[in-house]
Structures are given as structure tokens and as C-alpha cells.
Design a binder for this molecule. Structure first.
Ligand code: ATP
Length: 220
């Protein structure tokens, strides 16, 4: 799965585009980093890829996933996963039921769904916590569960909007490594918005500064 942005720009009705046209290729397993000052349109760019553009913003250029133009597809048909800093587990569901909520519809039958959730909990280092109330988990455990919920939907690409910024330094490093490893294992492209140079340094894909729109290789 490759994510391709060609001359992508977003603009509010009657206004100038938020940033100059962006052209970018994110290959399978790669994390591309998008940086730029507050308000330049980083989250709006991710919304455009996810199919959630709101507030009168319109998109120009094209966004392709695996060669398919995403423009005509509604958000749910794009199968693009979104992880953001305030990603919360549903407080009224157990940890396992939170993960089951994300589970792709293609996994059918009670036993198969339970097995898929148990395997995901195990991979996230959360084995045995299926029936726990999310409020009783540590911050890192909650973050890992939220990521697994996103991944269980089998997204074809992942969008990360400052996903680690609420975590302390140690947890941040752990979640960053965990997330990037899953992106590589799933061989899906990811687009990460961050203000943190350490996140950018750890990413293996192109680095885009929306104020410069320079695309240069990072760690490759
Ligand atoms: N609900 C809204 N209604 C109108 N304009 C909005 C709305 N949300 C965002 N904007 C505007 O769209 C522009 C881009 O916002 P966006 O959130 O994409 O920026 P950002 O680069 O992600 O910022 P930050 O780093 O602070 O999250 C900003 O100028 C902002 O004021």
C-alpha cells in the first residue's frame, strides 16, 4: 500500500490555500513526518486524507491510496486509521470490548472475534486485561489499547496527529517504537503530524515542513 499526495492543498471558501501544494509519496511501512507552526493546516491535511474535511474547507490536488483516488470515497470506505493525542477508550466498555469495537467486520463469529482481540492484547503487552475497566490501566497501557483498537480495523494507511504528545518521555519513546513497529509489520504508509524533533528523527520516511515544502529523505 502506497499513499500518494499530488499537489494537495486545502482552502477555506474564498480564502487562500493554507499551504502551498504538497506532493509526497509514502511507501508501505514508512512514516512520513509533517511539521509546521500551529494553524498552518497540519490537522486539516490529515482530515483531507481521512475524508473528514469540514468547516467549508475544500481540497485540490489528488490523494491516492494503492493507486485509487480517494476523493469519491466517503471516510468509512477509505479505511484510513486515525490516531490522535486525545484518543480515549470508551469508559463504559471493558478494555477487550474497546478493542472489539475496532475489529474489522470481516472477522466473523463470536469465537473468532474474541480470539482476534486476545491476540491483539497479547501483542500490545496487555494479555489478561480483557475484562478490565479502562480507568484502571496506566497511561501507557491505555495508549497501547487505543492503538490496537485502531489497528484492528485493518486500516490501509495510518494518520498520526501528535499521537504521543500527552505522554511523558519514557512512555513516549515506548509508544513511538511500538507504533512504528506495527506500521512496518503491517506494511502500511503513515503520515505523522508532530512538533517533536525526536518523533521526526525516529520516523523512517520523508520529512515535510509545510512552511518550506521541502521534501527530503530522513534516515534512509
Ligand atoms: N472549526 C474551524 N472553523 C474554522 N476554521 C478552523 C476550524 N478549525 C481550524 N480552523 C482553521 O484552519 C487552519 C488550520 O488549522 P489546523 O488545525 O489544521 O492547523 P494545525 O497546523 O494542525 O495547528 P496545530 O499545530 O495548532 O494543531 C487554522 O487557520 C485554523 O484557524
Amino acid at each position: 500500500m502506497t499513499l500518494e499526495l499530488h499537489a494537495v492543498a486545502v482552502a477555506a471558501k474564498g480564502a487562500e490555500p493554507l499551504f502551498p501544494p504538497l506532493t509526497l509519496v509514502v511507501r508501505p511501512g514508512e512514516v512520513a513526518t509533517v511539521m509546521g507552526p500551529s494553524g498552518i493546516g497540519k490537522s486539516t491535511l490529515l482530515d483531507a486524507v481521512a475524508g473528514h474535511l469540514t468547516h467549508g474547507f475544500s481540497l485540490s490536488g489528488s490523494i491516492r491510496l494503492d493507486g485509487t483516488d480517494l476523493a469519491p470515497l466517503p471516510a468509512e470506505a477509505r479505511r484510513v486509521g486515525l490516531m490522535f493525542q486525545d484518543a480515549a477508550l470508551f469508559p463504559h466498555l471493558s478494555v477487550g470490548d474497546n478493542l472489539a469495537f475496532g475489529l474489522a467486520r470481516s472477522v466473523r463469529g463470536r469465537a473468532a472475534r474474541r480470539a482476534a482481540v486476545e491476540a491483539a492484547l497479547e501483542r500490545a503487552g496487555l494479555a489478561g486485561l480483557h475484562d478490565r475497566d479502562p480507568a484502571t490501566l496506566s497511561g501507557g497501557q491505555r495508549s497501547r489499547a487505543a492503538l490496537m483498537r485502531t489497528l484492528l480495523a485493518e486500516p490501509r494507511a495510518l494518520l498520526l496527529d501528535e499521537p504521543f504528545s500527552k505522554l511523558d518521555a519514557a512512555l513516549r519513546a515506548e509508544m513511538r517504537a511500538f507504533t512504528f513497529e506495527h506500521i512496518r509489520n503491517r506494511d502500511i504508509p503513515a503520515l505523522m503530524v508532530t512538533h517533536d524533533p525526536v518523533d521526526a528523527e525516529a520516523a523512517n520516511g520523508p520529512l515535510i515542513d509545510l512552511t518550506q515544502l521541502e521534501v527530503r529523505p530522513c534516515n534512509t
